[in-house]
Design a protein around this ligand. Structure first.
Ligand SMILES: [Zn+2]
Length: 52
């Protein structure tokens, strides 16, 4: 599954995307923001946890 970057048009897979902490009040253990590896634009916020 891939996201398309609105800024540079690149198709970015989840593995390629840069993961950053979300802005705001979301728990960073559970939510991460996926960013484009080329231009750094935010692609989407994903639920990543908790690991059990
Ligand atoms: Zn981009």
């Amino acid at each position: 599954m891939a996201e398309e970057c609105d800024t540079c048009g690149r198709s970015v897979t989840v593995d390629e995307a840069i993961r950053r902490e979300t802005v705001g009040d979301l728990d960073s253990d559970r939510w991460q923001t996926l960013c484009c590896p080329d231009c750094g634009a935010r692609l989407r916020t994903v639920f990543v946890g908790p690991d059990s």
